[in-house]
Design a protein around this ligand. Structure first.
Ligand SMILES: Nc1ncnc2c1ncn2[C@@H]1O[C@H](COP(=O)(O)OP(=O)(O)OP(=O)(O)O)[C@@H](O)[C@H]1O
Ligand SMILES: [Mg+2]
Length: 147
C-alpha cells in the first residue's frame, strides 16, 4: 500500500528578470518582466509504508522543491500528491503534525536556548503528552548525560 503517491507533479516558479543601473531599476518597478522556471517537470512515483528512499539529482534538479510540495509548504503548479491519505497543501496543519522535515542540515534545535527547552517546545508542536515527554527525555538524558 503506497503511503506517498505523486502523479504528474510539476512546479513552475515565476521569477522577475532584473535590469541593472538606474534606468534598469525603474524598468524593474514599472515594466517588470518575468520568466518561468520549471523546477519539477511531470514526475510520478509511489512509496510504500516502511520503504527507505534516497532522492538524488544534480544541484538545481528540483529535489528540495519536490520535498517542499510533499510537506505542504509549496503549492504544485499541476499534478497530484497524497501523503498518508492527505493532500499536503490542503490539509497543511494536520499533515505537518504527522511528519518530520529537516532542510539543509539544520536541526530542530535552536542555538540560543538550551537543548531541553528546544525539546520542550517540540513537545507542544507535536502534541506529545507530559508523561511520554518525561519518559523520552529521561531516556535520552541517560544516553547522553547532558542537559
Ligand atoms: N523560490 C524560487 N524561485 C525561483 N526559482 C527557484 C526557487 N527555488 C528554486 N528555484 C529554482 O528551481 C530549480 C530547482 O531548485 P531546487 O532547490 O528544488 O533544486 P535541488 O535539487 O534541491 O538543488 P540542490 O541540490 O542545489 O539543493 C533551480 O533551478 C532553482 O534555481
Ligand atoms: Mg535542495
Amino acid at each position: 500500500m503506497p503511503i506517498i503517491k505523486v502523479e504528474n507533479l510539476t512546479k513552475n516558479y515565476r521569477r522577475q528578470i532584473r535590469n541593472g543601473g538606474f534606468v534598469g531599476s525603474l524598468q524593474n518597478l514599472f515594466n517588470a518582466k518575468y520568466e518561468i522556471k520549471t523546477a519539477v517537470n511531470d514526475i510520478s512515483f509511489q512509496i510504500d509504508e516502511g520503504e527507505v528512499i534516497g532522492y538524488l539529482g544534480p544541484n538545481g534538479a528540483g529535489k528540495s522543491t519536490t520535498i517542499k510540495m510533499l510537506s505542504g509548504i509549496l503549492l504544485p503548479t499541476s499534478g497530484n500528491i497524497e501523503v498518508n491519505g492527505l493532500i499536503p497543501y490542503k490539509n497543511r496543519k494536520e499533515h505537518a503534525s504527522k511528519i518530520g522535515v529537516v532542510f539543509g542540515q539544520r536541526t530542530q534545535l535552536w542555538w540560543d536556548i538550551p537543548v531541553s527547552e528546544s525539546l520542550n517546545l517540540m513537545r507542544y508542536m507535536y502534541n506529545v503528552s507530559e508523561k511520554q515527554y518525561r519518559a523520552k527525555f529521561e531516556y535520552l538524558y541517560g544516553l547522553f548525560g547532558y542537559r
